[in-house]
Design a binder for this molecule. Structure first.
Ligand code: AHG
Length: 333
């Protein structure tokens, strides 16, 4: 069978867009390059004792960085390559940053990302991921980027995806025409098309939630979790949203991060995590809502780092959970 590389696929798909000029294509390729560089470092993470701990100096005299900071820097560097990215906002940074202009370019796009989601898993050799979303800027390319360019809903994203650094490394993305996955072949250093037009099961027998917080959840969420247990649904929770959602994409089920007493508005970020992953999941036939029962993709962020509650996964499973919210939520008189 003929191997289709990520670059080849992206270029072929450029024709899906009317008036496409290759700018989005170039951006996706920049992200693919960053993913390969981050992958290389993630794979070396177990060698910190040999190569040097975070903050220390390695054998070459370079200071060893925390991997999430490293991933952040590499993404910014790679997104500066094509000159098609005007600015970025990252979970690792307080404010958005403008990307240095490449001569002759007037970039129309901005990129939001979580460079290394679930990074606390690195020390114990468990999967982590990168999540990204691409937005068309609202302001004219001739003026500086503004906050309004970033505060757009998931429905306005033109592309989104993730990279999972797992037993193998896979890049999954959508431009609104289905979802495709590319596995990194380390022998040739290329992402190769491995999962074409991914469609998730309409329901599933897995639920993914930090059940340690059970007593901190609202009553309707506790009733739903009881139901999952009654139905013998399997509980799977890695503590890395990308990994948990990746499994659900293929095996079906639901991922939940509800409000707790510690995080009354949820812990996960709308712009960097929930909106891009909702775009992917919806394109694969799934659903993503808040526990206030609003579609995640419709939410316009009020700030860059806004948190949101989330229930995401197979459409019938999310709808089943929604019925519990409806039935058991405390109704204030
Ligand atoms: P971080 O990047 O700070 O490690 O956070 C990971 C996120 C998400 O990926 C995961 O699902 C969730 O936080 C885990 O949070 P809890 O430990 O509270 O369950």
């Amino acid at each position: 069978m003929k191997i289709v590389t990520l670059d080849e696929f992206i270029i072929r798909r450029q024709n899906d867009f009317e008036y496409a000029t290759g700018e989005l294509t170039a951006l996706l390729r920049d992200i693919g390059v960053a993913a390969k560089i981050v992958n290389r470092e993630v794979n070396k993470a177990g060698l910190v004792n040999i190569l040097g701990m975070d903050g220390s100096q390695n054998a070459s005299g370079d200071t060893v960085q925390k991997l999430d900071i490293y991933a952040n820097e590499k993404l910014i560097e790679c997104l500066s390559n094509s000159g098609e990215c005007a600015a970025i906002a990252s979970e690792e940074l307080d404010k958005y940053v403008e990307v240095p202009r490449v001569e002759g370019k007037s970039p129309k796009y901005i990129v939001v990302f979580d460079p290394l989601d679930g990074s606390s898993n690195i020390d114990v050799n468990v999967s982590v991921g990168t999540i990204f979303g691409i937005l068309r800027r609202k302001t004219d390319p001739s003026v500086p980027v503004s906050m309004d360019d970033f505060l757009q809903s998931g429905a306005e994203m033109v592309a989104a995806g993730y990279v999972l650094y797992g037993t193998s490394t896979i890049l999954v993305y959508t431009t609104g025409n289905g979802v495709n996955g590319f596995t990194l072949d380390p022998s040739i250093g290329e992402f190769c098309l491995s999962h074409r037009d991914i469609k998730m099961p309409t329901s599933g027998q897995f639920y993914s939630v930090n059940q340690g917080y059970y007593l901190k959840f609202d009553v309707e969420m506790r009733r739903y979790i009881d139901h999952c247990s009654d139905m013998n649904y399997g509980l799977r929770y890695i503590g890395s949203m990308v990994s948990d959602i990746h499994r659900i994409l293929f095996q079906g089920g639901i991922f939940l991060y509800p409000n707790t007493r510690k995080y009354p508005k949820g812990k996960l970020r709308l712009l960097y995590e929930c909106a891009p992953l909702s775009f992917v999941v919806e394109q694969a036939g799934g659903r993503a809502i808040t526990l206030g029962r609003n579609r995640i993709m419709d939410l316009k962020p009020k700030s860059l780092h806004q948190n949101v509650t989330i229930a995401i996964g197979s459409p019938d499973t999310v709808t089943e959970m929604e019925e519990f919210l409806e039935k058991y939520a405390v109704k204030l008189i």
